[in-house]
Design a binder for this molecule. Structure first.
Ligand code: CU
Length: 351
């Protein structure tokens, strides 16, 4: 019984730490620093994230100053006016009402609140009103239960779950502007090191932009509860050098590289409802309900970052998607393990 409060404190501390460290999102990250979360809000790498970081430091400073003043006064009063060992029997002076004091504790907090409001309004405006240079990359992000669709309308690329953008040199910015849409319910796009959180609302396009200053993999997570597998709707943003990005775009624009190696698996895929939900450019598969599979093997993970993209995981996924994501929108198609393996053998040729 005596250690119960300690348990509660430990739990509170742990849940506070979890805010800085999403274990799910970091599952496949190789962080440069083992103790730093890849979703660390204090490690900005793109202009909007820097602005938000500066603002949060400013708010922390102001609130820390308030804390110090209030706490010091409190400590002073507690010590100074504590009950004396030897009382002289008199009551301390009783004070009723003080216009000066009341004015002070009304006006000072109002000034603080106005300052914080103006600081936040300035950052919001500077991010929202940023000019869109003509060389900006345009991506339409569509949130689905429980995965991400990425379309590059002017580059004619459609992909899923792993967003590629070019690095943006602050001297010659090449930002990426995202238009956020939803196919079903509310989702939220949040990659803390790149920008603030922005919701994807059905029938209400939102927008945001990022200009990552360093290449690498940036992680995040759908940040608006959207259904049973919301927690497994992870975000992966690959920031490539300009050359790598251009090469990636070129490869993604190609139709599927088809070969006869896995013709049996391809046949099963094409006579099963897979093709009503998935597209493989250049074949009969033109479904749009699920992720585009044309270049499936160019992705490191499947099912929005939940599992590594290996043939073993593909077989397990096709056989029974619920193994990875119980309640997800892809049904088990009732294929045998052998049939699932044949289909997976076809999918791994989709490079
Ligand atoms: Cu979601």
């Amino acid at each position: 019984m005596s250690n119960r409060p300690k348990g509660i404190v430990m739990r509170a501390l742990k849940s506070m730490l979890a805010v800085l460290w999403f274990p799910a999102a970091s599952a496949f990250a190789e962080p440069e620093h083992p103790f730093l979360s890849p979703t660390n809000i204090f490690a900005p790498a793109s202009t909007p994230a820097y602005s938000i970081f500066d603002l949060s430091l400013f708010v922390l400073e102001v609130t820390a100053a308030i804390f110090l003043v209030v706490f010091s006064l409190l400590a002073y009063v507690v010590v100074k006016f504590r009950k004396k060992a030897v009382s002289d029997g008199r009551e301390p002076a009783q004070v009723y009402g003080s216009t000066q004091l009341e004015l002070a504790w009304t006006v000072i907090p109002i000034l603080i609140v106005v300052t914080l409001f103006l600081a936040a309004a300035r950052v919001i405006a500077s991010i929202q009103n940023a000019a869109r240079p003509s060389n900006a990359i345009e991506v339409t992000v569509i949130g689905h239960q429980f995965w991400w669709e990425y379309r590059y309308p002017s580059l004619k690329v459609v992909t899923a779950n792993e967003l590629h953008v070019p690095v943006s040199d602050p001297a010659h910015p090449t930002p990426t502007f995202l238009t956020l849409l939803s196919a079903d319910t509310d989702h939220s796009f949040w990659v803390p090191r790149l920008a603030g959180k922005t919701d994807l609302i059905p029938n209400h396009p939102n927008s945001m932009w990022i200009d990552p200053h360093e290449t690498g993999l940036y992680l995040g997570q759908c940040a608006q509860y959207c259904g049973t597998q919301h927690a497994k709707m992870l975000l992966r943003v690959y920031v490539d050098s300009r050359d790598d990005f251009d090469r990636w775009i070129q490869e993604q624009r190609q139709p599927a590289h088809l070969s006869d190696v896995a013709s049996q698996g391809r046949h099963i895929f094409e006579i099963t409802a897979c093709i009503n939900c998935h597209a493989v450019a250049g074949t009969v598969a033109n479904g749009r309900f699920g992720p585009d599979l044309t270049h499936l093997m160019s992705r490191q993970t499947i099912a929005s970052g939940v599992a590594k993209n290996t043939i073993g995981n593909l077989i397990a996924w096709i056989y029974k998607p619920d193994v990875f994501k119980p309640g997800c929108e892809m049904p088990s198609m009732g294929l045998s393990v052998q049939q699932s393996a044949a289909v997976a053998a076809y999918l791994v040729t989709l490079r």
